[in-house]
Design a protein around this ligand. Structure first.
Ligand code: NAD
Length: 229
């Protein structure tokens, strides 16, 4: 089982959150990615998300995403649990992807509950700063988990089950600072499995891992694939 974070997508040109060049170095998360902020000023939140949607839909999967999809095809990876919202695992060919922080796949109307696919949202963003529900004209909220929101229950339950069953949990590109996802490696350890971390820089759980490789996600995973032959 693989657990990925923003670091698996930086080689696709998508900045992570917590590096010095990451998104939170420029934007205060509580101002732009919290439910409270969305409720009080949805247009301001979309001023952050609209360029992000454009960037995410233009990005292409990188070597790390492709290797993980190949390892799944070979029967070596059972599932990818991801904190990312960018859909790049799916676009690289991974079939079992558990999105614990939601994704840009759809956006919802908080007033009537209607849900709209990414293409419709992107089309609206070409002519207006924030997409609206065509039925009730309320501003749509992207179906990504904001601060102050609960995680999607089915996804997080599946992530815990997968972590508990995993012979090896491979963490790729996550600082392991966001809970409850950061607990997943500990779930694997408690159930008798091993934990390996591939991350540039330290993570909160380096001391609990059986193996830590400090390096690029793409280069390291390509080396793994080459070593497997
Ligand atoms: P994070 O920003 O906290 O940590 C990312 C880690 O990856 C950092 O330790 C960084 O040093 C490392 N890293 C960066 N580039 C790397 C590379 N090429 N190879 C190896 N390691 C690399 O991200 P997180 O742990 O995923 O948690 C923060 C939240 O960020 C999540 O909730 C996620 O939803 C969200 N996020 C998602 C995206 C995306 O969808 N691509 C982008 C930014 C943030």
């Amino acid at each position: 089982v693989v657990l990925t974070g923003a670091g698996v997508s930086t080689e696709s040109g998508i900045p992570d959150f917590r590096s010095p060049t990451g998104i939170w170095a420029q934007f205060d998360p509580l101002e732009y990615a919290s439910l409270e902020a969305f409720r009080s000023d949805p247009a301001k939140v979309w001023s952050f998300y609209a360029p992000r949607f454009a960037m995410l839909t233009e990005a292409e999967p990188n070597a790390a995403h492709r290797v993980l999809a190949e390892l799944e095809r070979r029967g070596l990876v059972r599932a990818v649990v991801t904190q990312n919202i960018d859909l790049l695992h799916e676009r690289a060919g991974s079939c079992e992807v558990v999105e614990v922080h939601g994704s840009i796949r759809s956006s919802s109307c908080l007033a009537c509950g209607a849900r709209y696919p990414l293409q419709e949202v992107v089309a609206q963003l070409e002519s207006r700063p924030a997409p609206i529900c065509p039925q009730c004209e309320a501003v749509l909220k992207p179906d990504v988990v904001f601060f102050g929101e609960l995680l999607p229950v089915a996804a997080i339950d599946r992530a815990y089950a997968l972590a508990g069953d995993a012979e090896l949990l491979l963490v790729v590109g996550s600082a392991l600072e966001v809970w409850p996802v950061a607990e997943l490696p500990l779930v694997t350890r408690r159930a008798g499995g091993s934990v390996a971390i591939v991350n540039r820089g330290s993570t909160a759980l380096d001391g609990d891992a059986d193996l830590k490789i400090d390096g690029s996600a793409g280069e390291t995973l390509e080396s793994v694939l080459a070593a497997l032959g």
